[in-house]
Design a protein. Sequence first.
Length: 202
Amino acid sequence: MVGVALCAFAGQALALPPPPYAVVDLGYSMIGLDTAGMEEAGLQPSGSDRRDGGFAITLGWRFSEHLGVEGSFLELGEGTSNVTIDNGGTVSNAKLGLRANGMLLSLAGTWPVNERLSLEGRAGTFFGKTETRISGVVAGPLGNQPFSSMLGSDSKVGLAAGVGAVASFNDTWAVRAGYDYLDGAFGKDAGRVSVGVRFNWP
C-alpha cells in the first residue's frame, strides 16, 4: 500500500502541465490621440477618427491549469486627425496618421466556470512602436497632387491589463474574446476589444 501511494504521488509530481496554446484574433482599437503634441508641432487638429481594426497573434505557455505566460504581437491599426497647415493654402485635406503595433508580454490567470467556459485576466508590459505620417493634397503648376510623408517613429513602454473569456468546443479548439488596455500605444494609450480562435497543442 505504501508503494502504491508513493507511485501515485510521484505520478502527480511528474505530471506535465497543460499544453501550450496559440490564439489568432481580430481586434477593434479605441485610440487615445495626443492632440496637444500636434498643436506643439504647429498643426491645428479639427477632427479625428479614433477607431480602427487590427489583429493579434498570441503564444501562451501554462505552468498550471490556472496560471501561465503569454507573448503577443499586436497590430493596432491607425488613428487619424484632420489638421490645418498654415502655408498659404497650397495644402488641403491634410491628415495626420498614427499607426501602432508592438509586443505584449503578460502573466495570464484562468478561472474555470464549467467544463466549457473559463474567465481570464492578464497583466503585463506593452512594448509599442508608433509611426507618424502626414498626407493630403498639394496645389502646384500641374494641378492638385496627393502626397504622403513619414514624419518619424517613436517607441514607448507601458503597462497593460486585460480581461476575457474562453469558450471551448473540445480539448483542442476554443473561441476567445476579451478587452485589453494598453498604456503607451499610439503615443498615449488605447483600448482593444478582440475575438479570436484558440488552438491548444495536444
